[in-house]
Design a protein around this ligand. Structure first.
Ligand code: PGA
Length: 252
């Protein structure tokens, strides 16, 4: 059975003290009332080691928001998958549309990152999604299908078991414009079909596909109720414990 997951993506928000305080508050909230899904927080690199100490031994998984496409060496300012892993993190987000759009991350670069993350024992939350013009032109399936094929189709079925997908329509990220539950379900079912076509039905049944884009406590339950939606990747609403908790509780 595939996992239900609510993952937070803090992006470039919160200083170290604020991040530790938020992780501590979340830990206490989840200790008081156990979640009905896996919970992951993905933080800026600078938070990882300290937050790892906070959440250690609890139900909260920890991830980075990115890692380098090179193994090690003279790459000033980069952080490798091995370095991420050494903090105690178990996950890394790769292919977020903000990385693709603002930092020129191509399918080829993402392939390298995915391989290095998996080789270093990290689970990858791999993001895919179309921009508004692509949706308006009815090209969303074509775009998302290519994103999957171009970065993930060379993986083995064994490697795919450590991939979580996150469908994030770019027009819904941080805009307050959520995809409807039907739009999310249509795309998630399409994605599962693409995975089945390449990796087989069992792999497709087992992979978790999260929805991301203006997900909040008020809409999470409806979106998560769809058969192919296995949880959410949460940006803005992950920055307040009560909001994030509200989304986690959509699984209750
Ligand atoms: P949002 O971001 O929830 O703020 O729309 C989601 C994401 O980019 O992962």
């Amino acid at each position: 059975m595939r996992k239900k997951i609510v993952a937070g993506n803090w992006k470039m928000n919160l200083n170290l003290q604020e991040g530790v305080a938020l992780a501590t508050e979340l830990k206490e909230s989840l200790a008081a009332a156990k979640p009905n899904c896996d919970v992951v927080i993905c933080t800026p690199f600078i938070h990882l080691a300290k937050v790892a100490d906070v959440v250690d031994g609890t139900v909260i998984g920890l991830g980075a928001e990115n890692c380098a496409d090179k193994e090690k060496g003279a790459y000033t300012g980069e952080v490798s998958a091995a370095q991420v892993k050494s903090t105690g993190a178990q996950y890394v987000i790769l292919g977020h549309s903000e990385r693709r759009q603002y930092y020129g991350e191509t399918a080829e670069i993402l392939k390298e990152k995915v391989n290095l993350a998996l080789a270093n024992g990290l689970k990858v939350i791999f993001c895919i999604g179309e921009v508004l013009e692509e949706r308006e032109a009815g090209k969303q399936n074509e775009v998302v299908g290519s994103q999957l094929a171009d970065s993930l189709f060379d993986l083995t079925e064994e490697q795919l078991a450590n991939i979580i997908l996150a469908y994030e329509p770019v027009w819904a990220i941080g805009t307050g414009k959520t995809a409807t539950a039907e739009q999310a379900e249509d795309m998630h079912a399409f994605i599962r079909g693409v995975i089945a076509g390449r990796f087989g039905e069992v792999a497709a049944e087992n992979i978790s596909i999260l929805y991301g884009g203006s997900c909040k406590p008020s809409n999470a339950k409806e979106i998560f109720s769809k058969p192919d939606v296995d949880g959410g990747l949460i940006g803005g609403a992950a920055l307040k414990c009560a909001d994030f908790r509200g989304i986690i509780d959509a699984w209750n």
